[in-house]
Design a protein around this ligand. Structure first.
Ligand code: HEM
Length: 406
């Protein structure tokens, strides 16, 4: 690619308050039509590669010559780095193997499909209790505050051993961390508060271990395999990833279904059809792709792909939201079709960093989508669809509020 093309690189099209609330930004679709790979310009003038097609995204995400280490010079930044970022303890999501694998392996067993499936009755009880509370409360009500946020927060608290009574504290700080428009200093301060909180919890678990994931990590600390700081940062990662993403899928998924009544009717009728509910979960994950800012990476060694050479030191952004709308991978991609087999979507990423919590997220969404609309069959929006506040400015897409009634 010539330098002139790089100079002319279009700005990376991020979501704005325009168009269909469920579709990727039109500018991104345009770039996808032009080809699988191009250069885009970020806020700091840097020009990383943008990968728009599904096949190339999967190929690159599985390539060990691509790094997730955000401390390396040239790593593409969607927002300014927090001050002193280089001295911070990183989450393993921002590390490469073997360090990434060493830490991830310490928690993979807790997220194995069988282990997670055993949690189904407990998750069903949480969902049923929250719906009971919803039905007993006033209406209209904001579904985000009253249901979408409490369900995954309760589940991840139970799994990690975090007291749910502290949800106001950790939800407020998570909100800061996943907002793009927040000042870097503010983001660093929110992370520090969460780290300090997790440090305290881990110290408590060392004194009085329970039957939870954080207590299991303290055994690793005592065996000298893990530092307290590493364990606390893992706790922060799992606590945030464990509730913010799923909460957004519950609320935005409900909005999308209410706007597609034919699809909602299929789901409501799927009482005895776990296969349809499971397909619906994957299809909504594909269609909504809430981790919409793309997977950022750095090239470690030259890589040839789609007629271009990605040089060592180049930044790369994998735009998974358009990858999931690639007609080569998903026929008629803009149609929400709950019966479609969409399990191969990239909404959970791909390769070594593919979402650790995906069995848990799938389980929670199956229980929620399979229960909520059946138990409240007249659920409907209590505001004009065009007035629902959307998280254009979030690293995770969703709705800030979803006023509903029944
Ligand atoms: C619908 C819900 C969810 C979505 C859409 C989602 C999406 C993602 C994506 C796209 C990645 C890959 C990041 C990358 O490649 O850079 C990821 C990683 C991760 N997710 Fe999730 N996630 C969800 C739920 C969860 C839950 C419930 C947990 C529970 C703890 C979780 C924990 C993690 C962790 C720890 C990683 C880092 C994995 C690694 O770097 O090896 N996620 N998630």
């Amino acid at each position: 690619m010539s330098d002139a093309v790089v100079d002319d690189a279009p700005a990376y099209p991020m979501r704005k308050a325009e168009g269909c609330p469920f579709d990727p930004p039109p500018g991104l679709r345009e770039l996808q039509k032009q080809g699988p790979i191009t250069k885009v310009k970020l806020w700091d003038g840097s020009t990383p590669w943008l990968i728009t097609r599904y096949a190339e995204q999967r190929t690159l995400l599985a390539d060990p010559r691509i790094s997730s280490d955000t401390t390396q010079p040239g790593f593409p930044r969607l927002v300014p780095a927090p001050p002193g970022a280089s001295g911070q303890v990183l989450s393993f999501i921002m590390m490469d193997d073997p360090e990434h694998a060493r830490l991830r392996r310490m928690v993979t067993a807790q997220f194995a499909i069988k282990r997670v499936e055993a949690m189904r009755p407990a998750v069903q009880k949480i969902v049923d209790d929250q719906i009971d509370e919803l039905l007993a409360g006033p209406r209209p009500v904001d579904l985000v505050e009253a249901f979408a946020l409490p369900v995954p927060s309760l589940v991840i608290c139970e799994l990690l051993g975090v007291p749910y009574t502290d949800h106001g504290f950790f939800q407020d700080n998570s909100k800061v961390l996943i907002k793009r428009s927040v000042a870097p200093e503010e983001r660093a301060a929110a992370n520090a508060r969460l780290r300090e909180y997790l440090d305290g919890l881990i110290a408590e678990k060392i004194r009085r271990p329970g039957d939870d994931l954080l207590s299991q990590l303290t055994e690793r600390i005592e065996a000298g395999e893990l530092t307290v700081a590493e364990a606390a940062q893992m706790g922060v990662l799992m606590l945030i990833a464990g509730h913010e993403t799923t909460a957004n899928m519950i609320a935005l998924g409900t909005f999308a279904l209410l706007e597609h009544p034919d699809q909602l009717a299929r789901l409501r009728a799927a009482d005895d059809d776990p296969e349809l509910v499971s397909r619906a979960v994957n299809e909504l994950l594909r269609y909504l792709n809430i981790t919409h800012s793309g997977r950022t990476r750095l090239v470690l060694e030259d890589i040839e792909i789609a007629g271009e050479v990605l040089h060592a030191g180049d930044g790369v952004i994998m735009a998974n939201d358009v990858g999931n709308r690639d007609p080569e991978a998903f026929p008629d991609p803009d149609r929400l079709d709950l019966g479609r087999q969409a399990r191969h979507h990239v909404a959970f990423g791909f390769g070594v960093h593919q979402c650790l919590g995906q069995p848990l997220a799938r389980l929670e969404l199956e229980v929620v989508y399979g229960t909520l609309y059946r138990r409240i069959p007249t659920l409907r929006l209590a505001a004009e669809p065009g007035r629902i506040p959307l998280k254009h400015d979030g690293f995770v897409y969703g709705v800030y509020e979803l006023p509903v009634t029944w």
